[in-house]
Every structure is written in structure tokens, then in C-alpha cells.
Design a protein around this ligand. Structure first.
Ligand code: 0PR
Length: 353
């Protein structure tokens, strides 16, 4: 049987996933055949999941976290919307969710499958949630206000404490999507966590900046009631209820998340944050030096105004780059992206200009 070459990351510049940590790879292999969806049968992986949730809580500044390892940010966001809808059943039968237009498209999926209205509101000139627009969209039927901490297109962090106030004043919950940013925020200047603002739920994905294997997302609730709002009865399992969206789940993802966090929290993640932040600042400077407009990186993600034909020429040279809705080239400084790889990218950029 022919085996194709494994994925190499040399020229992958726009992905939010990366090479897993060696300990994550090893753990994934050992737990490939386990199912954390059946914790009474696969006890060891269930213990690892509890450890992973505890560490995610530490990373997010939440001392007594309630949550689980999801299949990714999409599942976590869908479940956060579902929990808010279910917990608001006695308040409204016509629920809506208010989110900045920078929110990931998984919220569109959530709204669609859950029968909830999604109200996307504009961002400000610096690509963060516009608080006046959020306030104007919230009403008595709002069950959830969403903030993004590390947006997919620009790496922007919304003004989370203000969003919490708006949500709670309206009797709604507040969810923050830190799927990508969650492992960077503890070290960033705009440091922000559950400890700084009483948000209700958080998405934070080990398979992005946490260096776990895919699939490993994370969903945390401040209160046990958040998770309980998702539980359904499981008559023929040893355990009596299940809060996850999927049934059978990847023990590989769960075990790898626990292993990666064990190896890297906090010092390894801090070192990587500092490296990536320096790299993003250097790369933004290099682009500016070439007369290219750059969105100032807040977290290590650089969006730059590289004209369409150049973008295509770079893709032809093998660079895996993608563009934002407003046609900016995105470079995400993930662990596999180095000064060397960005130097050869710049050399190719100079060659095609
Ligand atoms: N929330 C945020 C902020 C995200 O960036 C993403 C994924 C998700 C949720 C959903 O996570 P899962 O994919 O794990 O379910 N982010 C981008 C995506 O849609 C990453 C991306 C975007 C990668 C564009 C490459 C690219 O060209 O996959």
C-alpha cells in the first residue's frame, strides 16, 4: 500500500493548528482506542480529562472549573450557545445571541442548529467589538453576549469586562471565544481571565496554541449549572448522564491535551508566547519597511495588505497562506513558524513583487 508523505509545516503560515508536542503525540498513540464518552469503562482517560479541565481552569483563571475536552472550538461554541438557551428557557421562547462580526462562523452553525437568532454587530476601527453596537442589539430576549479573545482574522481581544456588564445587566450570559488566544492570554499585555471578569463560559482549544493533537478543544463554565444544562440521560451506560455533544469521543485528543499541558504549562507556553510575540513584531516591521500596510499585532497574528496577484504568486511558490474577509494576508505565528521560515517568505515576497 502506498503511504503519502506526512504533512510538513515549513510553509504553513495561516493555520491555527501546529505540530503537536512530542509528549502529546505519544499520549495520543497510547490512548487511541479509548472513549472518554464512556468514563465508567475507560476510567484512565476519564481521569486525564479531569486533569486537563483543571489545568484549563488554571490557565483561564478559574479555580473550580466545570467543563470537558470538546472536539474543537466549533463544538465548544455550539454548546455554550445551547447552555445559555437552555438556562434561559423560563425567560424567553424567542432567544437571540449578540456577537461581534469578528466572531467565528461556528456561531452561525450554532444559531442554525439551535434555532436561535444570531445578531452580528459591527466591530470598531481596530476590529474589536463595538460596545455601543452591542448595547443597541441586546434586548429582553438576549440569552448570550459573545466576546472574542483572539479573533480568527486579526488576533484581536474584545473589551471583555464591558461585554460581561452589558450581558449581565440584560439578564443574559457572557461567553468568550478564546479558542486560539486562550493559551497566549495569560502572558499577553491585555492579560485577561475569569479572574478579571465574571464571564460565564469560555472556549479554549488545546489543539490550537496548546500543542495537543487534533481533536482537542475546551469548554469551561464558571458554574456547574452551565454543564448541567447540557446533560441528557444515558440509560444504558454505567454513568447516568452525558453533557457532551458527541457521544463516542477521541481518547487520543483528550490524553494528548493532558500531556501537552502537563509538559508546557506554564513555562513552556510563556516561552512560546514571548518567542511568537517577538517574531510577529519583527515580521510586521519587515513588512512595513517594504511599504506594506500592517494591522498592528495584538496577539501574534499579522494581517497585511498584500495585493491579490502577489498573494497568488506566493501560493504558487508553496506558501500556505489565507486571506481575511477584507483581503488581507494572515500570518499566524504558531510554534512551527520561525524567523527562518518568515525570512524565506520575505525573500519570495521580494522576488515576486
Ligand atoms: N473560534 C475561533 C476564534 C477560531 O479561530 C476557530 C477556528 C474556531 C473557534 C473553531 O475551532 P475548530 O476549527 O477547532 O472547530 N479557526 C479557524 C478555522 O476556522 C482557523 C483558521 C482560519 C485556519 C483560517 C486557517 C485559515 O486560513 O479553521
Amino acid at each position: 500500500m502506498q503511504r503519502s508523505a506526512p504533512q510538513t509545516f515549513d510553509r504553513v503560515l495561516s493555520s491555527m493548528c501546529t505540530e503537536p508536542h512530542p509528549a502529546a503525540r505519544d499520549a495520543a498513540e497510547r490512548f487511541l482506542a479509548t472513549n472518554p464518552g464512556d468514563p465508567a469503562t475507560y476510567e484512565e482517560v476519564a481521569t486525564l480529562e479531569a486533569d486537563a479541565v483543571d489545568t484549563l481552569g488554571e490557565i483561564a483563571g478559574l479555580s473550580d472549573p466545570n467543563g470537558y475536552v470538546t472536539s474543537g472550538g466549533t463544538e465548544a461554541n455550539i454548546q455554550a450557545v445551547r447552555a445559555a438557551r437552555n438556562r434561559s428557557r423560563d425567560r424567553t421562547s424567542n432567544p437571540n445571541v449578540v456577537a461581534p462580526e469578528s466572531a467565528h462562523f461556528s456561531f452561525n452553525k450554532a444559531a442554525d442548529v439551535l434555532g436561535v437568532e444570531l445578531r452580528l454587530v459591527p466591530t470598531d476601527a481596530d476590529h474589536r467589538a463595538d460596545l455601543d453596537a452591542v448595547r443597541a442589539a441586546v434586548d429582553d430576549d438576549t440569552v448570550l453576549v459573545v466576546g472574542v479573545a483572539g479573533s480568527t482574522e486579526f488576533g484581536r481581544v474584545d473589551p471583555i469586562p464591558n461585554l460581561v456588564d452589558i450581558a449581565h445587566d440584560a439578564g443574559a450570559f457572557c461567553h468568550v471565544d478564546a479558542a486560539w488566544g486562550g493559551f497566549l492570554l495569560p502572558f499577553a499585555e491585555t492579560a485577561w481571565s475569569f479572574a478579571h471578569a465574571p464571564i460565564d463560559s469560555l472556549t479554549v482549544d488545546p489543539h490550537k496554541c496548546g500543542r495537543a493533537c487534533i481533536p482537542a478543544g475546551g469548554l469551561l463554565f464558571r458554574e456547574r449549572a452551565g454543564l448541567d444544562a447540557l446533560a441528557v440521560e444515558t440509560p444504558y451506560l454505567e454513568s447516568t448522564s452525558q453533557a457532551t455533544l458527541t457521544g463516542t469521543r477521541s481518547g487520543a485528543g483528550v490524553a494528548s491535551a493532558a500531556a501537552a499541558m502537563d509538559a508546557l504549562w506554564p513555562d513552556g507556553y510563556r516561552r512560546e508566547y514571548e518567542r511568537a510575540a517577538d517574531l510577529a513584531a519583527w515580521f510586521a516591521g519587515e513588512l512595513r519597511g517594504r511599504g506594506i500596510e500592517v494591522v498592528d499585532p495584538e496577539l501574534p497574528l499579522v494581517a497585511a495588505d498584500v495585493p491579490g496577484p502577489l498573494f497568488e504568486a506566493l501560493r504558487e511558490r508553496g506558501w500556505r497562506v489565507s486571506r481575511t474577509g477584507s483581503d488581507l494576508l494572515r500570518v499566524v505565528c504558531m510554534p512551527h513558524v520561525t524567523r527562518d521560515s518568515l525570512s524565506s517568505f520575505l525573500a519570495d515576497l521580494d522576488a515576486v513583487r
